[in-house]
Design a protein around this ligand. Structure first.
Ligand code: PEP
Length: 257
């Protein structure tokens, strides 16, 4: 990554894992392991039920807490949903939006991702917006078309100042939870393409300021090579964020890379 203009962000996405005691134990284990990290923003995005515990355990530390989704309306008849304001009021700083599992299993679309991103920004949250192509789309050689479309739609109507508060996670769907990682060159190619797309839509200065992560089976063994790439500014980590030692190795790779 270009450390002169951007700070790496390593964010864990716990998905639907960990009870409150388990969440507390994992974060207690992680705290001393990452206490000396200076150049990387360390984030744990946890299930809604763990937010209060996670915020309490990490208070006064360098670990930031995020949620895994939020609704786009401020309040109302949306049974089972959580608003961005509810998260912000708790002290949550980040929120994952448009994760491929949300798109695949919960019928989220670029339109709702766009609305959620706008709502999150209005509440003062930092959205981590996920984009990525299906395996079939990569095989059909339309990865760039797919990514450009998602970027245009997911950030439609969002100002340059607000875009700079967002993180974009490039997560090829075929690499999530599959053990199949994109090669560092493949990750760099698409992250650079995302930056070039942002430069066209906004400006080169804005594009340079945006943090673009890679996500998809990033682990302790492959993280260093991935984050060594110019346009890969950290990672969104699923499985490997559930083990303090593995997550710390990834964070150290970004700190020292
Ligand atoms: C994710 O959930 O965003 C993810 C990248 O998962 P994994 O690291 O397990 O592939």
């Amino acid at each position: 990554m270009n450390k002169n203009v951007r700070k790496a962000v390593i964010a864990g996405n716990w998905k639907m894992n960990k009870t409150r005691p388990e969440a507390k134990a994992l974060l207690e284990e992680l705290k001393p392991m990452v206490a000396d990290i200076k150049n990387v923003e360390v984030v744990a995005c946890v299930p809604f039920t763990n937010l209060e515990t996670a915020l309490a355990v990490t208070e006064g530390t360098n670990i930031k807490i995020g949620a895994e989704n939020c609704h786009f309306e401020k309040s109302g008849a949306f049974t089972g949903e959580i608003s961005a304001d509810m998260l912000a009021e708790m002290g949550v700083e980040y929120v994952v939006l448009g994760h491929s599992e949300r798109r695949q299993y919960f019928a989220e679309t670029d339109e709702t991702v766009n609305k959620r991103t706008i709502a999150a920004l209005a509440a003062g949250l930092k959205p981590i917006v996920c984009v990525g192509e299906l395996l079939w789309e990569r095989e059909c050689n339309i990865t760039e078309e797919v990514i450009a479309r998602q970027i245009k739609l997911d950030f439609f109507g969002i100002s340059a100042d607000d875009l700079k508060k967002c993180i974009i996670a490039y997560e090829p769907v075929w690499a999530i939870g599959t053990g199949k990682t994109a090669t560092a060159d493949q990750a760099e190619e698409v992250c650079a393409f995302i930056r070039a797309t942002l430069a066209k839509l906004y400006s080169a200065e804005v594009a340079e300021a945006v943090t673009i992560q890679y996500g998809g089976s990033m682990n302790a063994a492959n993280a260093a090579e991935l984050v060594s790439k110019t346009n890969v500014d950290g990672g969104l980590i699923g499985g490997a964020s559930l083990k303090a030692a593995d997550f710390t190795t990834i964070i150290n790779a970004a700190e020292n890379g």
